[in-house]
Design a protein around this ligand. Sequence first.
Ligand code: ASP
Ligand code: MG
Length: 426
Amino acid sequence: MGIVVQKYGGTSVADPERIKAVAEHVAFTRSHGNDVVVVVSAMGKTTDNLISLANQVSGTHPGRELDMLLTTGERISMALVCMALADIGIDAVSFTGSQVGIITDTVHTKAKILEVKGDRLREALAAGKVAVVAGFQGVSTDSEITTLGRGGSDTTAVALAAAVNADVCEIYTDVTGVFSADPRIVPQARKLQHLDFEEMLEMAGAGSKVLALRSVEFARNHNVPLHVRSSFTWEHGTWVLDMSAFNAQQSSKENAMEDPIISGVVHETGEAKVTVFGVADKPGISAALFEPLADANVNVDMIVQNTSKDGITDISFTVPKSDLATALKIVNAVAGELGAAGVTHDEAVAKISLVGAGMKTSPGVAAKMFRVLADADVNIEMISTSTIRVSVVVGAANTEKALRTLHTAFGLDSGQAYSAPLPERK
Ligand code: ASP
Ligand code: MG
C-alpha cells in the first residue's frame, strides 16, 4: 500500500504499557499493508532528567558531551520498541540518527539537518522490517553526534518521511490534534480538521507547542502531509497539508473548503519585554543594538520603536525568557555606549496571536481584535502582523481573558467544553 512514518512523542512511550500499545499500533498499521518507519522520542521526562543530571555534575556543558548524553534517551526508546515488536512477532530493527545517515551541521544542541541518506532505512523496509529510529539526533559533517534542539524528534520524522517519500507522517502525541486554542485555558476550543502548512507555521512560531517549528518548515518545503493525533485514543486528528492542492482535488467533488478567516488563537508566555528608553533617534542605533544580540544567538521577536520626540525615542522588543539574562547584559552595555536614559524589562507579559489564512482576503481582523480586547479592558503593549497573523503583547495576567474573549468573538467556540483528559503541559 504505502509508507507510513509514525512519530511517538515522550508521553506516548512513557512507560512499558505505552510502549506495548505503540507496538500494537505499529502491527495494526502493517496489517493494512503499509511499510512502517517509527521515530521515537525519549521516554517521558527523560531528556529533562538528563539535563538536570548534567546540571548537578557541572556548570559547564560542552555541546559535544551534552549531545552524547541527551541522545541516549531516544536510544532507550528505540531498543524497547523493537523488543516489544519482537514479542508480537514483528521483525523490527532500531537505528540511531547517525546509522540512518541524518547528516547535520556542526552546531551542537541545535544542529540543522543538511542531508538524509537513509540507505539503511530503505534496506530495512525492502527486507520487510519495521525500522525504528531514534529521534532528535544526527551526525555532523565532522562525524560528531549532534541533537536537533528540544522537540527535534518531529523534525527527524518529517525528514525521514521526505527521504522515503512517505504517504503521511503521523505525529502521535498526548492531545487529539491541533486545537483552535489551548483547551487547558479555553475549554471551548475545537479540534481543527485541516490546516495549511502556512497556518501551522505561524501557529508554531506564535507559541503553539504541538509541533516543533522546524518540522513544519521541513514538511512545507518537502510537501509531507502531517497527521497530528493521539496515541491514547488513536482517533483521527488534524491534517496539516498544502490546502490549495487539497482543495483543487476536492473541488471536483464540490466540497472544497473555504479558508476560515481565523483558525486559531495562540499564546506564548515564554517571552520577556525589554525597553531601551531615551535613546537618540538617528541612523545606526537599531543596528548597534540588535547586531550584538544576533551575534549572541538571542532570538529577538517583536520590535517596536516609538515615534521620536525632540530626537529622542524608546525601543522595545521581546526575547525568550531563557535568553533574557544574556540579552540584558548586552543591551545594558550598548545602552551605556549610546547614551540611552535606561533599560527596563518585564517578564510578566504574554503574546496573543490570531492566525488564519482567510485574513489575506478579509480586512478588518486586526481592528476587530483590538476592539474586542479594549472592550475586555485588556491593554495592548505591542503589535505585530504578518499576512495571516496578528499578534499583540499584553500583561500576563490578561492571558486567559484575552484568549477566551477573542475565541468567542471570532466565532471559534465549539459549543461544548473540551472533555478529553488534559495531559500535563509539555
Ligand atoms: N527528547 C527530546 C526533547 O524532549 C526530543 C523530542 O522529544 O522531540 O526535547
Ligand atoms: Mg517531545
